[in-house]
Design a protein around this ligand. Structure first.
Ligand code: GRF
Length: 198
């Protein structure tokens, strides 16, 4: 798991008894650290100190990959991770980095998804679980659920209602993805040795 914030989505994943979470990696000191510690899961802090325009994203990502390597995990799930990772992470975990986003992608990509939905006056927004790619908030969609926008919603009230859905939808989607990944890996190679699945 990769996290940066309050860690409420992280907590929902840690509470899922069927998800064997090996490590929580953080890019800054944040409440998510306590959430991981309470669950008895190792925490790796790969602190990002540069938030400027010349931030060396690839060098930082290499540090993340190196910190994760000893845990030999089969997939990653981002839960409010505040750094856009570089290509090294996608090379190390090809097609197996998941993310949850507080909007119905492809609408309202980026950091301000909830306020942008409010500003646009949409009556329905929601959340999306997807495979992360180098392109931010892009990649194959695994699950989505709609959340109504109420008349008197503020960014905080709407985000909280979306997060309540994410806390259920994300663990389910991660579990399903992990199961399919494990099945794919268990499958013996086909006769011609290509290991192709029908
Ligand atoms: C979630 O809304 C997630 O979609 C977004 O960051 C938020 C994390 O929430 N990427 P929390 O810090 O786990 O409460």
């Amino acid at each position: 798991m990769l996290a940066s914030g309050t860690g409420t989505i992280l907590e929902a994943l840690l509470d899922d008894a069927e998800l064997p979470i090996a490590v929580v990696l953080l890019d800054r000191p944040c409440p998510a650290a306590k959430v991981a510690e309470r669950a008895g899961v190792p925490v790796e802090l790969v602190e990002r100190t540069d938030f400027g325009s010349d931030f060396d994203r690839e060098a930082y990502t290499e540090r993340v990959v190196a910190a994760l390597a000893p845990y030999r995990v089969g997939m990653l799930a981002m839960a409010g991770f505040g750094t856009v990772v570089g290509s090294a992470l996608h090379r190390a975990y090809p097609g197996t980095v998941l993310n949850t986003h507080p909007a119905l992608l492809p609408a309202f990509k980026g950091w301000h998804a909830v306020s942008a939905a409010l500003a646009a006056g949409v009556k329905v927004t929601g959340c999306t679980v997807h495979v992360a790619t180098l392109e931010v908030d892009d990649g194959p969609i695994l699950a989505q659920e709609a959340v109504p926008v109420l008349e008197d919603d503020t960014e905080a009230s709407l985000h909280e209602r979306i997060k309540a859905v994410e806390r259920r939808l994300y663990p389910e989607a991660v579990r399903r993805f992990a199961d399919e990944l494990a099945l794919g890996r268990d499958e013996s190679p086909s006769k011609d040795g290509e290991g192709e699945r029908l």
